[in-house]
Design a protein around this ligand. Structure first.
Ligand SMILES: Cc1cc2nc3c(=O)[nH]c(=O)nc-3n(C[C@H](O)[C@H](O)[C@H](O)COP(=O)(O)O)c2cc1C
Length: 205
């Protein structure tokens, strides 16, 4: 914590981006009408061509930010070929955004298994049926694949499909953007230092 000026008073503010993220995330969970964990995930292919899509944040701690997906899809292919990503949260109700960038690693099998086990059976069956990024001819084909999976795992727990799992973005930089009056928006940046700590900066518009 450090003392900084805020108007005429001095207040203690967090200098650790992970704690600041926790505080903003808790506020987003309270304020956003739906999906406060929705986050844009940007990847790039081996030649540097970018792509972006929404995903749901399913875990975060000091190790990083975890999302889950079909590992046969485009984003997974890009993350495997070029393991770096950017995340962007936009909490409209709070007029805030958070940008996070870093290297990416696969979540462990045990971690992916634990999260998969916590999902509803319908979602679990959907993961077996999905053929993400590779077209299925018709909706009915997908529904038939869900039914097939349902029959295959009748009476038992649905295991995690081998092609489904987590990716963790290990943060190297953060930017916390807060809307302020008269377009004097505030941007607090944090960059990972060589000793593992964080170097903070403050930017205006
Ligand atoms: C709000 C929202 C949340 C989503 N969450 C996920 C998710 O957690 N994992 C996922 O694989 N796709 C999720 N999707 C679908 C992706 O945006 C995307 O369409 C799909 O994963 C295929 O992306 P890819 O072809 O780049 O791999 C979500 C879409 C929306 C709109």
């Amino acid at each position: 914590m450090v003392e900084v000026s805020s108007g005429s008073t001095y207040v203690a503010v967090m200098t650790d981006p992970l704690s600041l993220f926790d505080a903003w995330y808790a506020e987003a969970e309270a304020a956003e009408p739906n999906d406060p964990n929705a986050v844009a995930l940007a990847t790039a292919d081996a030649r540097g061509r970018p792509s972006v899509r929404m995903v749901l944040l399913k875990g975060h701690d000091a190790r990083g930010f975890v999302v889950y997906t079909n590992r046969q899809g485009r984003k997974a292919g890009e993350l495997d070929a070029n393991p770096r990503a950017a995340l962007l949260f936009h909490w409209k109700s709070l007029r805030r955004q958070v940008r996070i960038e870093g290297a990416v690693e696969r979540a462990s099998d045990a971690e992916s298994d634990a999260y998969f086990a916590s999902r509803s059976r319908d979602s679990q069956l959907g993961a077996w049926a999905s053929n993400q990024s590779r077209p299925l001819d018709r909706r009915e084909t997908f529904e038939a694949r869900v039914e097939e999976a349902d029959a295959r795992f009748a009476g038992t727990d649905v295991p995690r499909p081998p092609h489904w799992g987590g990716y963790r973005v290990v943060p190297e930089s953060f930017e916390f953007w807060q809307d302020r009056a008269h377009r004097l928006h505030e941007r607090r940046t944090f960059t990972r230092a060589a000793d593992g700590g964080w170097t903070e900066g403050l930017l205006y518009p």
